[in-house]
Design a binder for this molecule. Sequence first.
Ligand SMILES: Nc1ncnc2c1ncn2[C@@H]1O[C@H](COP(=O)(O)OP(=O)(O)OP(=O)(O)O)[C@@H](O)[C@H]1O
Ligand SMILES: [Mg+2]
Length: 497
Amino acid sequence: MSELLVQMEGIDKAFPGVQALQQCQFDLVEGEVHALVGENGAGKSTLMKVLTGIYQKDSGRILFKGNEIDPKTPKDAQDLGIGIIHQELNLMPHLTVAQNIFIGREYMSGMFLNIKKTNEEAAKLLESLNIHINPLIKVQDLSVAKQQMVEIAKALSIKTDVLIMDEPTAALTESEIADLFRFIRNLKNQGVGIVYISHRMEELKQISDRVTVMRDGQYVGTVKTEEIEIDQIIQMMVGRIIYEPPKTQSTVPPDAAVVLSCKNLNSPVVKNVSFELKKGEILGLAGLMGAGRTEACRLIFGADPKTGGEVYLDGRKVEITSPSDAVEHGIGYLSEDRKRYGLAVGLSIRNNSILAHLKNFTKFGLVDDKKASKVTDEFIDKIDIKTPSNKQLVKNLSGGNQQKVVLAKWLIKNCSILIFDEPTRGIDVGAKSEIYKLMNELVREGKSIIMISSELPELLRMSDRIAVMCEGALTGFLNIEEATQEKIMKLATQRRQ
Ligand SMILES: Nc1ncnc2c1ncn2[C@@H]1O[C@H](COP(=O)(O)OP(=O)(O)OP(=O)(O)O)[C@@H](O)[C@H]1O
Ligand SMILES: [Mg+2]
Protein backbone atom coordinates (compact mmCIF):
# COMPACT_ATOMS: atom_id res chain seq x y z
CA MET A 1 0.00 0.00 0.00
CA SER A 2 1.41 3.37 -1.00
CA GLU A 3 1.92 5.92 1.70
CA LEU A 4 -0.47 8.82 1.99
CA LEU A 5 1.58 11.97 1.44
CA VAL A 6 -0.94 14.79 1.64
CA GLN A 7 -4.43 15.11 3.05
CA MET A 8 -6.36 18.36 2.89
CA GLU A 9 -9.79 18.56 4.52
CA GLY A 10 -12.42 21.25 4.89
CA ILE A 11 -10.26 23.99 3.41
CA ASP A 12 -11.82 27.45 3.21
CA LYS A 13 -10.18 30.52 1.72
CA ALA A 14 -11.75 33.89 1.00
CA PHE A 15 -10.41 36.96 -0.78
CA PRO A 16 -12.25 40.28 -0.70
CA GLY A 17 -15.46 39.65 -2.62
CA VAL A 18 -14.54 36.06 -3.56
CA GLN A 19 -14.98 32.78 -1.71
CA ALA A 20 -12.14 31.06 -3.57
CA LEU A 21 -12.34 27.77 -1.65
CA GLN A 22 -15.20 26.30 0.29
CA GLN A 23 -14.80 23.06 2.22
CA CYS A 24 -12.27 21.70 -0.24
CA GLN A 25 -10.55 18.37 0.08
CA PHE A 26 -7.68 16.70 -1.69
CA ASP A 27 -5.28 13.85 -1.07
CA LEU A 28 -2.15 12.54 -2.69
CA VAL A 29 -0.37 9.21 -2.36
CA GLU A 30 3.21 8.25 -3.06
CA GLY A 31 4.08 7.59 -6.68
CA GLU A 32 0.85 8.85 -8.21
CA VAL A 33 0.03 11.60 -10.65
CA HIS A 34 -3.13 13.21 -9.34
CA ALA A 35 -4.70 15.61 -11.82
CA LEU A 36 -6.61 18.62 -10.52
CA VAL A 37 -9.07 20.06 -13.01
CA GLY A 38 -11.84 22.63 -13.16
CA GLU A 39 -12.91 25.74 -15.02
CA ASN A 40 -10.96 28.99 -14.90
CA GLY A 41 -11.35 30.41 -11.43
CA ALA A 42 -12.47 27.10 -9.89
CA GLY A 43 -9.81 27.44 -7.18
CA LYS A 44 -7.13 24.97 -8.33
CA SER A 45 -4.16 27.31 -8.02
CA THR A 46 -5.47 28.72 -4.74
CA LEU A 47 -5.78 25.25 -3.19
CA MET A 48 -2.19 24.45 -4.13
CA LYS A 49 -0.99 27.84 -2.90
CA VAL A 50 -2.55 27.02 0.46
CA LEU A 51 -0.65 23.74 0.49
CA THR A 52 2.63 25.49 -0.32
CA GLY A 53 2.32 28.28 2.24
CA ILE A 54 1.77 31.09 -0.26
CA TYR A 55 -1.75 31.69 1.03
CA GLN A 56 -2.99 30.96 4.55
CA LYS A 57 -6.18 28.94 4.79
CA ASP A 58 -9.10 30.41 6.74
CA SER A 59 -10.01 26.99 8.10
CA GLY A 60 -9.45 23.29 7.52
CA ARG A 61 -6.68 20.80 8.13
CA ILE A 62 -3.59 19.78 6.19
CA LEU A 63 -1.76 16.54 6.98
CA PHE A 64 1.63 15.67 5.53
CA LYS A 65 2.68 12.04 6.01
CA GLY A 66 0.12 11.84 8.79
CA ASN A 67 1.23 14.90 10.76
CA GLU A 68 -0.70 18.15 10.78
CA ILE A 69 1.21 21.00 9.15
CA ASP A 70 0.54 24.69 8.69
CA PRO A 71 3.02 26.11 6.20
CA LYS A 72 3.27 29.89 6.54
CA THR A 73 5.76 30.54 3.76
CA PRO A 74 6.87 28.78 0.57
CA LYS A 75 10.13 28.03 2.37
CA ASP A 76 8.23 26.08 5.07
CA ALA A 77 6.69 23.92 2.37
CA GLN A 78 9.97 23.50 0.55
CA ASP A 79 11.68 22.36 3.76
CA LEU A 80 9.02 19.68 4.15
CA GLY A 81 9.68 18.53 0.60
CA ILE A 82 6.74 20.13 -1.19
CA GLY A 83 7.66 21.97 -4.39
CA ILE A 84 5.55 23.90 -6.89
CA ILE A 85 5.92 25.02 -10.47
CA HIS A 86 3.72 28.06 -10.84
CA GLN A 87 1.27 28.77 -13.58
CA GLU A 88 2.48 32.34 -13.93
CA LEU A 89 6.18 32.29 -14.53
CA ASN A 90 8.16 33.37 -11.53
CA LEU A 91 11.69 33.75 -12.81
CA MET A 92 13.91 36.80 -12.43
CA PRO A 93 14.08 38.15 -15.98
CA HIS A 94 17.43 39.94 -15.60
CA LEU A 95 19.25 36.93 -14.16
CA THR A 96 20.69 34.06 -16.15
CA VAL A 97 19.11 30.65 -16.44
CA ALA A 98 21.74 29.17 -14.08
CA GLN A 99 21.24 31.94 -11.51
CA ASN A 100 17.50 31.41 -11.62
CA ILE A 101 17.76 27.67 -11.15
CA PHE A 102 19.99 27.96 -8.09
CA ILE A 103 18.63 31.18 -6.65
CA GLY A 104 19.01 31.16 -2.88
CA ARG A 105 21.06 27.94 -3.06
CA GLU A 106 24.09 29.18 -4.98
CA TYR A 107 27.32 27.23 -4.92
CA MET A 108 29.92 29.02 -2.80
CA SER A 109 33.69 29.05 -2.55
CA GLY A 110 34.21 30.35 0.94
CA MET A 111 32.44 33.69 1.03
CA PHE A 112 32.16 34.04 -2.70
CA LEU A 113 29.67 32.80 -5.23
CA ASN A 114 31.15 30.02 -7.27
CA ILE A 115 29.77 31.12 -10.59
CA LYS A 116 31.66 28.54 -12.58
CA LYS A 117 30.27 25.68 -10.50
CA THR A 118 26.74 27.15 -10.61
CA ASN A 119 26.91 27.29 -14.39
CA GLU A 120 28.34 23.81 -14.68
CA GLU A 121 25.72 22.30 -12.41
CA ALA A 122 22.96 24.09 -14.33
CA ALA A 123 24.34 22.81 -17.63
CA LYS A 124 24.46 19.28 -16.23
CA LEU A 125 20.90 19.49 -14.94
CA LEU A 126 19.53 20.88 -18.21
CA GLU A 127 21.32 18.22 -20.17
CA SER A 128 19.99 15.44 -17.98
CA LEU A 129 16.51 16.75 -18.66
CA ASN A 130 17.16 16.99 -22.39
CA ILE A 131 16.51 20.74 -22.31
CA HIS A 132 18.60 22.60 -24.85
CA ILE A 133 19.07 26.00 -23.27
CA ASN A 134 22.32 27.81 -22.62
CA PRO A 135 22.53 28.34 -18.83
CA LEU A 136 24.30 31.69 -19.36
CA ILE A 137 21.43 33.32 -21.23
CA LYS A 138 19.31 35.87 -19.40
CA VAL A 139 15.80 34.64 -18.78
CA GLN A 140 14.29 37.78 -20.34
CA ASP A 141 15.73 36.69 -23.70
CA LEU A 142 13.91 33.36 -23.66
CA SER A 143 10.51 32.59 -25.16
CA VAL A 144 7.66 31.75 -22.81
CA ALA A 145 8.03 28.06 -23.59
CA LYS A 146 11.71 28.07 -22.72
CA GLN A 147 11.06 30.01 -19.53
CA GLN A 148 8.56 27.35 -18.62
CA MET A 149 11.19 24.68 -19.14
CA VAL A 150 13.60 26.56 -16.89
CA GLU A 151 10.90 26.66 -14.20
CA ILE A 152 10.51 22.93 -14.53
CA ALA A 153 14.26 22.35 -14.35
CA LYS A 154 14.43 24.56 -11.27
CA ALA A 155 11.69 22.61 -9.52
CA LEU A 156 13.25 19.28 -10.44
CA SER A 157 16.65 20.39 -9.13
CA ILE A 158 15.33 20.35 -5.57
CA LYS A 159 14.60 16.99 -4.02
CA THR A 160 10.89 16.86 -3.19
CA ASP A 161 8.36 14.25 -2.13
CA VAL A 162 5.50 16.26 -3.54
CA LEU A 163 5.70 18.23 -6.75
CA ILE A 164 2.86 20.45 -7.87
CA MET A 165 2.75 21.41 -11.53
CA ASP A 166 0.31 24.22 -12.30
CA GLU A 167 -0.32 24.02 -16.04
CA PRO A 168 3.20 23.04 -16.98
CA THR A 169 2.31 22.29 -20.59
CA ALA A 170 0.32 25.41 -21.41
CA ALA A 171 3.29 26.91 -23.26
CA LEU A 172 4.92 23.73 -24.53
CA THR A 173 4.74 22.01 -27.90
CA GLU A 174 4.15 18.31 -28.48
CA SER A 175 7.76 17.16 -28.33
CA GLU A 176 8.48 19.14 -25.16
CA ILE A 177 5.37 17.69 -23.58
CA ALA A 178 6.63 14.22 -24.41
CA ASP A 179 9.91 15.09 -22.65
CA LEU A 180 8.05 16.45 -19.64
CA PHE A 181 5.94 13.30 -19.40
CA ARG A 182 9.13 11.26 -19.35
CA PHE A 183 10.44 13.27 -16.35
CA ILE A 184 7.10 12.86 -14.64
CA ARG A 185 7.06 9.07 -15.07
CA ASN A 186 10.59 8.96 -13.81
CA LEU A 187 9.72 10.93 -10.66
CA LYS A 188 6.68 8.75 -10.15
CA ASN A 189 8.84 5.65 -10.17
CA GLN A 190 10.95 7.22 -7.45
CA GLY A 191 7.81 7.55 -5.32
CA VAL A 192 7.25 11.28 -5.77
CA GLY A 193 3.60 12.32 -5.59
CA ILE A 194 2.66 14.74 -8.36
CA VAL A 195 -0.24 17.15 -8.52
CA TYR A 196 -0.93 17.92 -12.14
CA ILE A 197 -3.12 20.89 -13.09
CA SER A 198 -4.07 21.15 -16.74
CA HIS A 199 -6.77 22.31 -19.10
CA ARG A 200 -5.62 19.89 -21.77
CA MET A 201 -8.10 17.13 -21.23
CA GLU A 202 -6.40 14.73 -23.62
CA GLU A 203 -3.37 14.72 -21.31
CA LEU A 204 -5.28 13.31 -18.37
CA LYS A 205 -5.54 9.83 -19.87
CA GLN A 206 -1.86 9.87 -20.80
CA ILE A 207 -0.37 10.91 -17.50
CA SER A 208 -2.72 10.79 -14.53
CA ASP A 209 -3.74 7.99 -12.15
CA ARG A 210 -6.56 9.88 -10.48
CA VAL A 211 -8.47 13.05 -11.25
CA THR A 212 -10.05 15.46 -8.77
CA VAL A 213 -12.59 17.91 -10.12
CA MET A 214 -13.34 21.32 -8.60
CA ARG A 215 -16.11 23.72 -9.45
CA ASP A 216 -16.71 27.23 -8.08
CA GLY A 217 -14.32 26.74 -5.19
CA GLN A 218 -15.85 23.44 -4.18
CA TYR A 219 -14.81 19.83 -4.33
CA VAL A 220 -16.85 17.88 -6.86
CA GLY A 221 -15.25 14.44 -6.73
CA THR A 222 -12.25 12.20 -7.26
CA VAL A 223 -12.14 9.38 -9.80
CA LYS A 224 -9.65 6.82 -11.05
CA THR A 225 -8.58 7.87 -14.54
CA GLU A 226 -8.86 4.39 -16.00
CA GLU A 227 -12.45 4.08 -14.86
CA ILE A 228 -13.78 7.23 -16.49
CA GLU A 229 -14.12 8.86 -19.89
CA ILE A 230 -12.92 12.40 -20.59
CA ASP A 231 -16.44 13.49 -21.49
CA GLN A 232 -17.60 12.46 -18.03
CA ILE A 233 -14.81 14.52 -16.44
CA ILE A 234 -15.86 17.52 -18.50
CA GLN A 235 -19.43 16.96 -17.36
CA MET A 236 -18.25 17.09 -13.76
CA MET A 237 -16.31 20.30 -14.45
CA VAL A 238 -18.84 22.31 -16.35
CA GLY A 239 -22.03 20.34 -16.43
CA ARG A 240 -22.27 20.91 -20.18
CA ILE A 241 -20.29 20.35 -23.34
CA ILE A 242 -20.61 22.80 -26.16
CA TYR A 243 -18.32 22.59 -29.11
CA GLU A 244 -18.21 24.52 -32.33
CA PRO A 245 -18.23 21.90 -35.06
CA PRO A 246 -14.81 21.66 -36.73
CA LYS A 247 -14.40 23.30 -40.10
CA THR A 248 -14.34 20.82 -42.94
CA GLN A 249 -14.50 23.44 -45.62
CA SER A 250 -13.37 27.04 -45.94
CA THR A 251 -16.12 29.59 -45.36
CA VAL A 252 -14.27 32.31 -47.28
CA PRO A 253 -15.80 33.05 -50.69
CA PRO A 254 -13.24 32.55 -53.49
CA ASP A 255 -13.55 36.18 -54.57
CA ALA A 256 -13.09 37.64 -51.06
CA ALA A 257 -10.87 40.72 -51.00
CA VAL A 258 -7.30 40.48 -49.79
CA VAL A 259 -7.14 42.68 -46.67
CA LEU A 260 -3.53 42.09 -45.68
CA SER A 261 -0.61 41.17 -47.83
CA CYS A 262 2.97 40.73 -46.64
CA LYS A 263 5.83 40.56 -49.07
CA ASN A 264 9.25 39.22 -48.18
CA LEU A 265 9.23 40.12 -44.52
CA ASN A 266 12.69 39.79 -43.09
CA SER A 267 14.40 40.19 -39.75
CA PRO A 268 17.24 38.37 -38.06
CA VAL A 269 14.79 35.54 -37.28
CA VAL A 270 12.22 35.82 -40.07
CA LYS A 271 13.16 34.76 -43.57
CA ASN A 272 11.27 36.05 -46.62
CA VAL A 273 7.80 35.57 -45.28
CA SER A 274 5.06 36.38 -47.81
CA PHE A 275 1.37 35.64 -47.47
CA GLU A 276 -2.09 37.08 -47.99
CA LEU A 277 -5.04 37.23 -45.65
CA LYS A 278 -8.57 37.50 -47.03
CA LYS A 279 -11.59 39.23 -45.63
CA GLY A 280 -13.45 36.87 -43.32
CA GLU A 281 -10.62 34.37 -43.22
CA ILE A 282 -9.03 32.58 -40.28
CA LEU A 283 -5.48 31.82 -41.28
CA GLY A 284 -3.88 29.33 -38.91
CA LEU A 285 -0.16 29.72 -38.35
CA ALA A 286 1.46 26.43 -37.38
CA GLY A 287 5.01 25.49 -36.46
CA LEU A 288 7.17 24.15 -33.68
CA MET A 289 8.51 26.31 -30.90
CA GLY A 290 11.03 28.77 -32.34
CA ALA A 291 9.63 28.50 -35.87
CA GLY A 292 9.31 32.29 -35.99
CA ARG A 293 5.51 32.58 -35.98
CA THR A 294 5.32 35.15 -33.20
CA GLU A 295 8.33 36.99 -34.62
CA ALA A 296 6.74 37.25 -38.08
CA CYS A 297 3.53 38.63 -36.60
CA ARG A 298 5.44 41.08 -34.45
CA LEU A 299 6.96 42.50 -37.66
CA ILE A 300 3.50 43.07 -39.10
CA PHE A 301 2.38 44.68 -35.85
CA GLY A 302 5.44 46.97 -35.75
CA ALA A 303 6.58 45.55 -32.43
CA ASP A 304 10.01 44.64 -33.84
CA PRO A 305 11.90 46.38 -36.65
CA LYS A 306 12.04 44.55 -39.96
CA THR A 307 15.18 44.49 -42.07
CA GLY A 308 13.17 44.20 -45.27
CA GLY A 309 9.74 43.60 -46.73
CA GLU A 310 6.43 45.33 -47.27
CA VAL A 311 2.98 45.26 -45.77
CA TYR A 312 -0.14 46.14 -47.79
CA LEU A 313 -3.56 46.78 -46.30
CA ASP A 314 -6.49 46.67 -48.71
CA GLY A 315 -3.96 46.87 -51.53
CA ARG A 316 -2.23 49.99 -50.23
CA LYS A 317 1.30 49.93 -48.97
CA VAL A 318 1.58 50.99 -45.33
CA GLU A 319 4.50 51.83 -43.09
CA ILE A 320 3.93 50.35 -39.65
CA THR A 321 6.85 51.09 -37.36
CA SER A 322 5.20 50.79 -33.96
CA PRO A 323 2.28 48.96 -32.34
CA SER A 324 0.38 52.23 -32.14
CA ASP A 325 0.69 52.61 -35.94
CA ALA A 326 -0.72 49.10 -36.24
CA VAL A 327 -3.63 49.86 -33.93
CA GLU A 328 -4.26 53.04 -35.92
CA HIS A 329 -4.55 50.86 -39.03
CA GLY A 330 -7.02 48.55 -37.32
CA ILE A 331 -4.67 45.69 -36.47
CA GLY A 332 -4.95 44.09 -33.03
CA TYR A 333 -2.48 41.68 -31.48
CA LEU A 334 -3.32 39.31 -28.65
CA SER A 335 0.02 38.42 -27.21
CA GLU A 336 1.05 34.94 -26.13
CA ASP A 337 2.72 36.40 -23.08
CA ARG A 338 -0.10 38.11 -21.23
CA LYS A 339 2.14 39.30 -18.44
CA ARG A 340 4.82 40.92 -20.53
CA TYR A 341 2.94 42.43 -23.46
CA GLY A 342 -0.71 41.95 -22.85
CA LEU A 343 -1.74 43.33 -19.53
CA ALA A 344 -1.00 45.86 -16.85
CA VAL A 345 -1.63 43.43 -14.00
CA GLY A 346 -1.68 46.15 -11.36
CA LEU A 347 -4.70 47.83 -12.99
CA SER A 348 -8.34 46.84 -12.95
CA ILE A 349 -10.09 44.80 -15.62
CA ARG A 350 -11.87 47.91 -16.77
CA ASN A 351 -8.75 50.01 -17.15
CA ASN A 352 -6.99 47.24 -18.99
CA SER A 353 -9.80 46.74 -21.41
CA ILE A 354 -9.98 50.40 -22.38
CA LEU A 355 -6.22 50.92 -22.43
CA ALA A 356 -5.71 50.12 -26.10
CA HIS A 357 -8.11 52.83 -27.20
CA LEU A 358 -8.50 55.44 -24.53
CA LYS A 359 -9.58 57.93 -27.14
CA ASN A 360 -12.99 56.32 -27.43
CA PHE A 361 -13.52 56.60 -23.72
CA THR A 362 -12.42 60.13 -22.91
CA LYS A 363 -14.56 63.22 -22.79
CA PHE A 364 -12.76 66.55 -22.39
CA GLY A 365 -9.61 64.69 -21.43
CA LEU A 366 -11.33 62.68 -18.69
CA VAL A 367 -12.10 59.00 -18.79
CA ASP A 368 -15.83 58.40 -19.12
CA ASP A 369 -16.14 55.89 -16.28
CA LYS A 370 -19.74 55.00 -16.97
CA LYS A 371 -19.15 54.18 -20.58
CA ALA A 372 -15.97 52.25 -19.82
CA SER A 373 -17.78 50.23 -17.15
CA LYS A 374 -20.71 49.49 -19.38
CA VAL A 375 -18.61 48.25 -22.28
CA THR A 376 -16.35 46.24 -19.99
CA ASP A 377 -19.33 44.64 -18.25
CA GLU A 378 -20.73 43.59 -21.61
CA PHE A 379 -17.52 41.71 -22.34
CA ILE A 380 -17.23 40.26 -18.85
CA ASP A 381 -20.63 38.82 -19.51
CA LYS A 382 -20.03 37.77 -23.10
CA ILE A 383 -16.80 35.83 -22.53
CA ASP A 384 -17.67 34.95 -18.96
CA ILE A 385 -14.80 36.52 -17.03
CA LYS A 386 -15.08 35.27 -13.44
CA THR A 387 -14.74 38.34 -11.20
CA PRO A 388 -16.70 40.16 -8.52
CA SER A 389 -16.63 43.37 -10.60
CA ASN A 390 -14.88 45.23 -13.41
CA LYS A 391 -12.83 47.02 -10.77
CA GLN A 392 -10.99 43.86 -9.70
CA LEU A 393 -7.23 44.10 -10.28
CA VAL A 394 -6.08 41.81 -13.05
CA LYS A 395 -3.37 40.27 -10.87
CA ASN A 396 -6.09 38.86 -8.61
CA LEU A 397 -7.78 36.97 -11.42
CA SER A 398 -7.10 33.33 -12.16
CA GLY A 399 -4.72 32.65 -15.06
CA GLY A 400 -7.38 31.79 -17.60
CA ASN A 401 -9.45 34.80 -16.69
CA GLN A 402 -6.45 37.06 -17.27
CA GLN A 403 -6.25 35.67 -20.78
CA LYS A 404 -9.89 36.54 -21.30
CA VAL A 405 -9.18 40.15 -20.31
CA VAL A 406 -6.53 40.36 -23.04
CA LEU A 407 -9.17 39.15 -25.43
CA ALA A 408 -11.73 41.69 -24.23
CA LYS A 409 -9.22 44.48 -24.65
CA TRP A 410 -8.86 43.86 -28.36
CA LEU A 411 -12.47 42.98 -29.00
CA ILE A 412 -13.55 46.31 -27.60
CA LYS A 413 -11.14 48.05 -29.92
CA ASN A 414 -13.01 46.81 -32.96
CA CYS A 415 -10.00 45.98 -35.15
CA SER A 416 -10.55 44.61 -38.65
CA ILE A 417 -7.48 42.37 -38.52
CA LEU A 418 -6.75 40.42 -35.38
CA ILE A 419 -3.63 38.44 -34.66
CA PHE A 420 -4.34 35.83 -31.97
CA ASP A 421 -1.14 34.37 -30.54
CA GLU A 422 -2.02 31.16 -28.67
CA PRO A 423 -5.47 32.53 -27.78
CA THR A 424 -6.69 29.62 -25.68
CA ARG A 425 -3.55 28.87 -23.73
CA GLY A 426 -4.58 28.13 -20.16
CA ILE A 427 -8.27 28.47 -20.94
CA ASP A 428 -10.74 25.84 -19.75
CA VAL A 429 -12.75 23.69 -22.14
CA GLY A 430 -15.98 25.59 -21.69
CA ALA A 431 -14.41 29.02 -22.19
CA LYS A 432 -12.38 27.67 -25.09
CA SER A 433 -15.47 26.83 -27.05
CA GLU A 434 -16.83 30.30 -26.18
CA ILE A 435 -13.70 31.83 -27.68
CA TYR A 436 -14.03 29.68 -30.79
CA LYS A 437 -17.61 30.81 -31.16
CA LEU A 438 -16.54 34.40 -30.78
CA MET A 439 -13.82 34.03 -33.42
CA ASN A 440 -16.34 32.59 -35.84
CA GLU A 441 -18.67 35.49 -35.11
CA LEU A 442 -15.87 37.97 -35.76
CA VAL A 443 -15.09 36.55 -39.19
CA ARG A 444 -18.78 36.39 -40.05
CA GLU A 445 -18.86 40.13 -39.34
CA GLY A 446 -16.11 40.50 -41.95
CA LYS A 447 -13.04 40.68 -39.74
CA SER A 448 -9.96 38.62 -40.53
CA ILE A 449 -7.87 36.60 -38.12
CA ILE A 450 -4.37 35.19 -38.02
CA MET A 451 -4.24 32.51 -35.34
CA ILE A 452 -0.93 31.20 -34.06
CA SER A 453 -1.49 27.96 -32.21
CA SER A 454 0.57 25.02 -31.06
CA GLU A 455 -2.51 22.88 -30.67
CA LEU A 456 -3.04 21.07 -33.91
CA PRO A 457 -6.67 20.10 -33.17
CA GLU A 458 -7.41 23.78 -32.58
CA LEU A 459 -5.82 24.81 -35.89
CA LEU A 460 -7.79 22.14 -37.73
CA ARG A 461 -11.02 23.09 -35.98
CA MET A 462 -10.83 26.81 -36.66
CA SER A 463 -8.73 27.65 -39.74
CA ASP A 464 -9.85 28.19 -43.32
CA ARG A 465 -6.26 27.77 -44.38
CA ILE A 466 -3.09 26.86 -42.50
CA ALA A 467 0.34 28.36 -43.12
CA VAL A 468 3.24 26.39 -41.68
CA MET A 469 6.59 27.81 -40.65
CA CYS A 470 9.92 26.23 -39.88
CA GLU A 471 13.12 28.01 -38.86
CA GLY A 472 11.81 31.47 -39.69
CA ALA A 473 10.50 30.61 -43.16
CA LEU A 474 7.13 29.58 -44.54
CA THR A 475 7.31 25.98 -45.66
CA GLY A 476 3.81 25.59 -47.06
CA PHE A 477 0.09 26.33 -47.06
CA LEU A 478 -2.69 23.81 -46.57
CA ASN A 479 -6.34 24.40 -47.36
CA ILE A 480 -8.53 23.13 -44.57
CA GLU A 481 -10.08 20.54 -46.91
CA GLU A 482 -6.73 18.78 -47.28
CA ALA A 483 -5.06 19.57 -43.94
CA THR A 484 -4.20 16.82 -41.47
CA GLN A 485 -2.02 16.72 -38.36
CA GLU A 486 0.54 14.62 -40.25
CA LYS A 487 0.79 17.07 -43.15
CA ILE A 488 1.22 20.00 -40.78
CA MET A 489 3.95 18.21 -38.81
CA LYS A 490 5.74 17.30 -41.99
CA LEU A 491 5.90 20.93 -43.12
CA ALA A 492 6.77 22.09 -39.61
CA THR A 493 9.88 19.93 -39.54
CA GLN A 494 10.91 20.52 -43.14
CA ARG A 495 14.16 22.41 -43.16
CA ARG A 496 14.77 24.79 -45.98
CA GLN A 497 17.05 23.54 -48.71
N1 LIG B 1 -4.81 37.16 -4.54
C1 LIG B 1 -6.11 37.12 -4.86
N2 LIG B 1 -6.93 38.16 -4.56
C2 LIG B 1 -8.25 38.12 -4.87
N3 LIG B 1 -8.86 37.10 -5.51
C3 LIG B 1 -8.08 36.04 -5.85
C4 LIG B 1 -6.68 35.99 -5.56
N4 LIG B 1 -6.18 34.83 -6.00
C5 LIG B 1 -7.22 34.17 -6.57
N5 LIG B 1 -8.37 34.89 -6.47
C6 LIG B 1 -9.72 34.48 -6.94
O1 LIG B 1 -9.99 33.19 -6.45
C7 LIG B 1 -10.70 32.41 -7.42
C8 LIG B 1 -9.95 31.13 -7.69
O2 LIG B 1 -8.76 31.44 -8.43
P1 LIG B 1 -7.67 30.39 -8.86
O3 LIG B 1 -6.51 31.14 -9.38
O4 LIG B 1 -7.44 29.44 -7.74
O5 LIG B 1 -8.41 29.62 -10.05
P2 LIG B 1 -7.88 28.43 -10.99
O6 LIG B 1 -8.80 27.28 -10.79
O7 LIG B 1 -6.45 28.22 -10.76
O8 LIG B 1 -8.19 29.02 -12.44
P3 LIG B 1 -7.32 28.98 -13.84
O9 LIG B 1 -7.66 27.71 -14.49
O10 LIG B 1 -7.87 30.12 -14.62
O11 LIG B 1 -5.88 29.14 -13.49
C9 LIG B 1 -10.87 33.31 -8.63
O12 LIG B 1 -12.14 33.88 -8.58
C10 LIG B 1 -9.78 34.35 -8.45
O13 LIG B 1 -10.14 35.57 -9.06
MG1 LIG C 1 -4.74 28.59 -11.90
